[in-house]
Design a protein around this ligand. Structure first.
Ligand code: NIG
Ligand code: FE
Length: 413
């Protein structure tokens, strides 16, 4: 089956070196004006100017007219918590009236309130809600989503969430990359004995998750009141022994030295980093750790300190941006919203933001060879946006430009 996308106002290919993009490379999107792409059996065969591609089209080719539209690779959302029950609109309103995220968490709300609801939900109920979230990601032009557990915090409930993620892969057009986040919070029943919960994560949860091959990555919320450096290190080293790749929540609310730990462990990513300092940026660069910046959570919590993206780009870090979609600190599944925040609040250029949301994100999930750009041999995961300049995606906010989405060459929206 041969498909040709023709006459895109801009075909944004992200073609370039076969590795994460750094420094000035982040501004090079490989844009083809009046662009065309040939797709066969779900893979990109060729990209180039429409004139050149039209000359070589076999007669049976299905034509998609992309005139007046921008074609982008599907966004790769490299940090999300899409499986949970209920919502936290009550806390949202409390924050509007002055309560802080930290105060709400300390009084038993926050992550632990979502844990109570998620434990009470059946696998089917969780799946139904997660499918709704999946449709939201797709409507923003996202085709790959990293998906963390972390709202179960018992062996059975963590496995339940990871099985829901497996079913999302089978039953939706999106690809979900599973991450085990048993160390997301100390659950109510272990408040007096956190070390026993850490032991449960290491000795019961991790072996089962690995046995059933339910996760590719392991994450820890390294933060005051959650998991300290030494607990985080023990959990993550155990995860490495089970063959999992590491991602970490670090330096979000306070700086507890988590970025240095990410560097020491050669984690794939260190995420959040609102409170990072220059020496830690240098350590991440030295260790080749990719920072995943989550401006949606800064925005939604009404905070003003965004992570220092410019310093990171100048230090040669292969920056990634993601939604952090979750019911508490970042209830957005929209990568275009994240592009807007990256540009307006973190002073990344629109091009750097697109690179961070596609090819760099793909590499952070160990999928840089398959997705994240529109190059020969890669999966034909792409979206048509109803605008003529890719920068409009970040510029107009609160409006959807999405026209259609294709996964492996097939239209899914
Ligand atoms: O990435 N920081 C920890 N986890 C989420 C928040 C989860 C929640 O509030 O439910 C985050 O911001
Ligand atoms: Fe998160």
């Amino acid at each position: 089956m041969l498909v040709a996308i023709l006459h895109a106002a801009q075909l944004v290919t992200l073609a370039g070196p076969k590795r994460p993009r750094i420094g000035g490379e982040m501004r090079d999107l490989g844009i083809v004006g009046d662009g065309a792409m040939l797709v066969e059996d779900g893979q990109v065969v060729r990209t180039g100017p429409s004139g050149a591609i039209q000359k070589v089209l076999p007669p049976q080719t299905q034509i998609i007219d992309a005139s007046g539209k921008v074609v982008l690779p599907g966004f790769v959302d490299a940090h999300a918590h899409p499986v949970f029950a209920g919502d936290r609109v009550d806390e949202f309103e409390m924050r509007a009236q002055g309560a802080t995220y930290e105060e709400i968490a300390a009084s038993g709300g926050g992550i632990r309130s979502t844990v109570r609801k998620t434990r009470a939900a059946s696998e089917d109920e969780l799946l139904a809600q997660a499918k709704k979230h999946a449709s939201w990601f797709l409507k923003g032009g996202t085709t790959t989503v990293e998906a963390k557990s972390g709202y179960g915090l018992t062996v059975e409930d963590e496995l339940k969430i990871l099985r829901v993620i497996r079913r999302l892969n089978a039953e939706t057009p999106l690809e979900f990359v599973p991450t085990f986040l048993g160390a997301h919070a100390i659950p109510d029943e272990f408040r007096g004995a956190p070390e026993q919960y850490v032991a449960l994560v290491i000795h019961k949860m991790l072996p089962q998750v690995a046995d059933e091959q339910l996760a590719e990555n392991c994450d820890v919320f390294c933060e005051r009141g959650y998991f300290d450096i030494s607990d985080s290190e023990r959990i993550l080293r155990a995860a490495q022994e089970h063959g999992l790749r590491l991602r970490m929540h670090v330096d979000q609310l306070t700086n507890s030295g988590g970025a240095f730990l990410a560097a020491r462990l050669h984690a794939a990513t260190a995420d959040h980093l609102e409170q990072i300092h220059a020496a830690e940026i240098a350590a991440l660069a030295e260790a080749g750790v990719q920072p995943v910046l989550l401006p949606g959570s800064v925005y939604a919590l009404g905070k003003t300190r965004y992570p220092p993206a410019r310093e990171m780009i100048e230090a040669g870090l292969a920056v990634v941006i993601a939604t952090d979609f979750n019911p508490g600190s970042s209830p957005t599944p929209s990568m275009p919203m994240v592009l807007s925040l990256a540009t307006t609040q973190m002073k990344m250029t629109p091009a750097e933001s697109v690179t961070a949301a596609t090819i760099n994100a793909a590499y952070s999930l160990n999928r840089g060879d398959r997705i994240g750009s529109l190059e020969t041999g890669k999966l034909a995961n792409f979206a048509l946006h109803d605008c003529v300049d890719y920068r409009e995606l970040a510029y107009y906010f609160g409006v959807s430009h999405l026209h259609s989405v294709y996964v492996r060459g097939e239209q899914v929206l």
